[in-house]
Write a protein that binds this ligand. Structure first.
Ligand SMILES: *Cc1c(COP(=O)(O)O)cnc(C)c1O
Length: 404
């Protein structure tokens, strides 16, 4: 069991009020809250050893470099990455995906096919559409079912010799569905396609082992797992990262520069042009320490309890429909109430201190599939409680009364 009282004390924001009511924060799938341990490390960095890394001979620069590289090592260990240089620091998931999509421009040609799923976040759709526009490759979509799962019957047929790349999210941000990534990776291997997993929504709940998964690319954002915004990582197999051209040119990523020719630095620096989010990277490492200390098994078990309870209590409200009913899902509940607009529900529950997300959740194709403008999404984290779910349910009931 997790010690919920102790954990909640680590998050100062959880004791504030919103609109005169105690904050109930259920927008964790958009960004998570930050524990004091991570806040402290950010303050400590700027108070004590703020300096640019890798280039300086002076002591502060050395301290900052050591701390940044120590964070890379923590991240390596967390995802069980084989080589440290397979971890590229990025500005987040979106950046990581664009880096790969851009790099594949020179490795993909007209007639090739790339596979996406119907359950993707826009950031795992648009960069690939742009890649297809540049190269003439064809974008194919793995369809979804009413339950909000990928259609397993349809998906096998979509893999052909022409398939060069497959990109799916490990967990859907709009519905919480945990996708059958093992099957997808196995199928991709059969046809020799590379797989990129968008782990933004999975990493806060499931500890992925990239070697066991044998996945080619895995991307995450720190801010969805107790870290700061503007930092994340791209994991890529060394062979791929060596093959891909650099994404951005600049300082840090070079070996030799003359006006005739520039040679690039080795991994990971080839993909890390410019001064990175040094403090953010260090804080990401500490966020992982924090979550690992609680334990991902415990986090997953507790969040599942919240999911089961929340589902059961919300379904007691007449006219409420939950979208995404897969047996395999994280603690995300996307719902609507018949005849009401999600935005109106979100606005009223906010007045009662409850933060939920409303809209299409950057996943318009899913909304189109269900023929709805959007949903209300409550997404739980390990620092939430059943009592908070009760507040949500009461608030939604009130909203329903006021709006009907
Ligand atoms: C949040 C999210 C993203 C985008 O992450 P950024 O940190 O905004 O770059 C991509 N995919 C999924 C599944 C997400 O949940």
């Amino acid at each position: 069991m997790i010690d919920i009282d102790k954990i909640r004390k680590d998050f100062p924001i959880l004791s504030r009020k919103v609109n005169g009511k105690p904050l109930v924060y259920f927008d964790n799938a958009a960004t998570s809250q930050t524990p004091q341990q991570v806040i402290d490390v950010i303050v400590d960095y700027y108070q004590n050893y703020n300096a640019n890394i890798h280039r300086g001979v002076h002591s502060l620069s050395q301290e900052a470099t050591d701390a940044y590289e120590e964070a890379r090592e923590k991240i390596r260990a967390h995802f069980n990455v084989k080589h440290k240089e397979e971890i590229i620091f990025t500005a987040g998931t979106t950046h990581g995906i664009n880096l790969v999509a851009n790099g594949f421009s020179s490795l993909i040609k007209k007639g090739d096919e790339v596979l996406v799923s119907a359950l993707e976040h826009h950031s795992n759709i648009v960069p690939w559409q742009m890649l297809c526009e540049r190269t003439g490759a064809k974008l194919k979509v793995i369809p979804m079912t009413q339950e909000g799962e990928l259609d397993k019957l349809a998906f096998a047929e979509l893999f052909t010799e022409k398939t060069k790349l497959v990109f799916v999210n490990h967990v859907s941000n709009a519905l919480g569905t945990i996708n059958p990534i093992k099957e997808i990776i196995a199928k991709a291997k059969e046809v020799g396609a590379a797989v990129l997993l968008d782990g933004a929504q999975a990493a806060p709940h499931i500890k992925a082992d990239v070697q066991v998964l044998d996945v080619d690319f895995y991307v995450v954002s720190a801010h969805k797992m107790c870290g700061p915004t503007g930092v994340g990582i791209l994991y890529g197999k060394k062979d791929w990262l060596e093959k891909l051209p650099p994404y951005q040119g600049g300082g840090e990523m070079i070996d030799q520069v003359t006006f005739e020719k520039t040679t690039y630095a080795g991994l990971p620096h080839k993909f890390e042009a410019g001064t990175p989010n040094i403090c953010g990277g260090i804080a990401f490492g500490v966020a992982l320490d924090y979550m690992n200390e609680i334990g991902f098994d415990k986090i997953a078990a507790y969040e599942h309890e919240l999911l089961v309870y929340g589902t059961q209590e919300l379904l007691k409200i007449e006219g409420l429909r939950i979208y995404g009913t897969s047996a395999e899902k994280t603690a995300v509940i996307s719902f609507n109430i018949e005849g009401l607009h999600p935005y109106d529900i979100g606005t009223i529950v906010d007045k009662l201190g409850v933060a939920v997300r409303t809209g299409h959740h950057c996943a318009q194709p899913i909304m189109d599939y269900y023929k709805i403008p959007g949903t209300v999404r409550a997404s739980f984290s390990f620092y939430n409680t059943k009592e908070e779910i009760d507040v949500l349910v009461e608030s939604v009931k009130k909203a329903k009364m006021m709006l009907s």
